[in-house]
Every structure is written in C-alpha cells, then in structure tokens.
Design a protein around this ligand. Sequence first.
Ligand code: ADP
Length: 447
Amino acid sequence: MFQKILIANRGEIALRVLRACKELGIQTVVVHSTADSDAMHVRLADESVCIGPPPSRESYLNIHQIVAACEITGADAVHPGYGFLSENAKFADILAAHNITFIGPSGDHIRIMGDKIEAKRTAKRLGIPVVPGSDGAISDDKEAKRVAAEIGYPVIIKASAGGGGRGMKVAHTEADLEVALQTAKSEAGAAFGDDAVYIEKYLEKPRHIEVQVFGDGAGRGVHFGERDCSLQRRHQKVWEEANSPALNAEERSRIGDICAKAIADLGYSGAGTIEFLYENGEFYFIEMNTRLQVEHPVTEAITGIDLVHEQIRVASGGGLSVRQEDIKFNGHAIECRINAEDPRTFAPSPGTITHFHTPGGLGIRVDSGVYSGYKIPPYYDSLIGKLIVHGRNRVECMMRLRRALDEFVVDGIKTTLPLFRDLVGNPDIANGDYDIHWLEKYLAKGE
Ligand code: ADP
C-alpha cells in the first residue's frame, strides 16, 4: 500500500480523496494555488505545497510543479480527482517515468478514450453498442452526404477531439449538412487544434445513462450499475440518480455485463465510466471517461462501496475488494450539484459565504469544501458542494431530498439550491419522466 498520496486537485473532490486516504491510514499531501491557501483541503491535509498563482494553467495544470511537489514531499502516488489533469495521458506517463503511481488507468488507455473516433472504434470492437454513423473521420461533403443518407436524418457532426459539448452540430436535412460540417470543423479546429469530425445518427429524445466500471488491470472487470444524468444544462449535468428510473433489472445487468466484459478484455485498470444515450430500449455508446466522476457518490450510496478506496487499492496492486456477485444495489440515490450561480441566469456568483449550514440525518451526505466565512475565488468552476440523498426507494429518496433542501442554508452568495427546490416538486421529475432536453425546455419556460 502507498505511504503518501499527493492530491492534485481542489475543492470538494480534494477533500473527498483526502478522507479516503485518512481512512486507509495513508499520509496526504495537497497542492494548491495562492488563491486556495484558506481552502478546507489545505487545512485538513498532513502537508501542503503551494504550486503557483491562481490561474489553473500555472498551478493545478502545472505538471512540473506537481511532480516537484511529489519529489519534495516523497509522495509515492498521485490522485488527480476529476477535471484538471485527470485525463491527461502525458501526466500519467511523466509520473510513471518518475516512479510515481498515477491513481488511474495507463496513459495509453487515457489516450484511446480521449480521441472520440478511436474510442468509438475500440468500444465497437469490444462489443459495446454504438450510435450508427461514419466509421472514422469524414473527409469531404460527398462522404458526409453518403453516410447521412445511409443512417437517415437528423444527424450530428461531432469533433474527434471534442469535450464539453463543443464542436457539435445537428443537421436535419441534406441542405443543412454542408454548413453544419463547416461550422463543426472550424469550431473543432479553433477549440482543440484538430478539425477531424465524424457523423452519427442524432437521437431525438434520449436519456443519458452511464455505467460505472472498474478494472483490476489484470483482466478482471466489474460494473457498479448505472447512473441517470439526463437532467443537463448546456451538456453539464445538474442532477444525477442511481439507479435510472428508466431501466429494469434485466436491462441493468445486460448493459452492465457488456461493459464489465469490455473493461476486462481491454485490460483496463481503475475506475471508468462508459456513457450512453438510451432511447427506445437501446443503448448507444457516446464516450468513456477514464477517471472518477463528480456523480460517483450516488453509486456509493446504493452499493455501500467506497470507490476511492477501490481506486487506491487497484493502483497499489491490491486488486478489487469485490467480485461482481458481491455488488448489490440497495434503494435509490439522487445527487444535486450546488453551484455558486444565479439559479435563473446561471451567472457565476463568487464572494464570501457568510453562513453555511448543511442538512443531516439518515441517508444524507454533503460533499463540500466550503464553510461559513469562506471566500469563493473567481478562478475555478462554480461547484461548491454536492447533496447526495439515499432512500429505500425513489419515493422515499425524493421525500428526504425535499426535506434536506429545505434545511440547506448558504448565505452571502447566490446558489442553485432554489432550482432544486423547484425540481423536487415537479410532477415529471417525481415520475422520473425526463430526457436530456427536459431541463433546458423547463428553464426556457421560466416557470
Ligand atoms: P462531450 O465530450 O463534448 O461532452 P459527448 O459525446 O459526451 O460530448 O456528448 C455530449 C452530449 O451531446 C450528450 O450528453 C448529448 O446530450 C449530446 N449528444 C451527443 N451525441 C449525440 C447523438 N448522437 N444524438 C443526440 N445527442 C447527442
């Protein structure tokens, strides 16, 4: 087992990883920018190293500084959290070259899944159902028209190097296609320095359903069921559930088994998430994330398994603590992402939190790095906490969530809490009857 882990992140996830390390008796080092000297993860860690000024590029994304911090403190492993360097293959390779363990998959697996065309090809080869579309990058208008006619309109053009929903364009007819292709290509070129795009069938009313997987790097793979993250705004997840209100047990184990086998065959190591669109009973692979996800706590709530413990075990060579048959799904869990944003306009609302009171009681978990008197710096993303609620079934979970949201107090800044108080009372949400466009339509109505 590792003696000392360096946590290369900030905010609630740095704290989340720190807690797991403490439970396992592992020493912790955190790195931070000058803007985060007062952050909770810095206060609670055994050691901390200031690695640079506020901009992420000069601190949380500064590989040289982070490696130097490992060398100075004698850390033998790095947990990257999510975002920042968590899906940076070069970072994983550099750590390996310094004999420091990256708590995550190999650089090569990160690389494959970071390239969407390569990821889709690999998924298909591994027996994962994919969205019908072009075999690889589209070379010209003629090819685009041929593929689109074959799969049928509407189609979506997506950037191979894509991320964060950028470089995607929908074409409803052949007349739209040329413009969509050009716009997607130039957006992709500008955003990612790579203008390769591909085409797939545009699904009109899908749900976003993702499967949590784990590989031990030695040919064993398991799945921890799925999460439904269909409630999104601008492709950003807002509310996540486990299990999905749309799946039955048979569908769950069918897609779960396909994913677990794929992970085993790939020789994958650590945590991963295989993301699908789901429509009319069919799953369509869209991408795989090679890291821990923001929404992992809903999976932990229904399985009772600490996924960060598992990540650390696997990375240290100790293998998975569970076999597939040990993983049972109990009840229902929902996570609300609480952002420091105006609940209507979603404009960021940094500033000082004058009062912070979190709900408690059975089935309530709050993962947050903030506290009363904490000043939210304006440089990073606006997630200030996650409320995760567990109940024996979805109805109990929703009742508990409503109660917990009422207890939650964050004064001094605007937050998205009022949005969740509205959502929890909405009949469609109560019925689990929503697709990936539901939230945008609801917000557009301005009810
Ligand atoms: P990114 O990596 O940029 O987030 P994804 O491939 O994960 O891109 O897609 C992001 C979102 O775009 C999906 O959650 C979905 O809302 C939409 N999307 C992607 N592909 C399709 C598709 N074939 N049909 C309909 N919507 C899609």
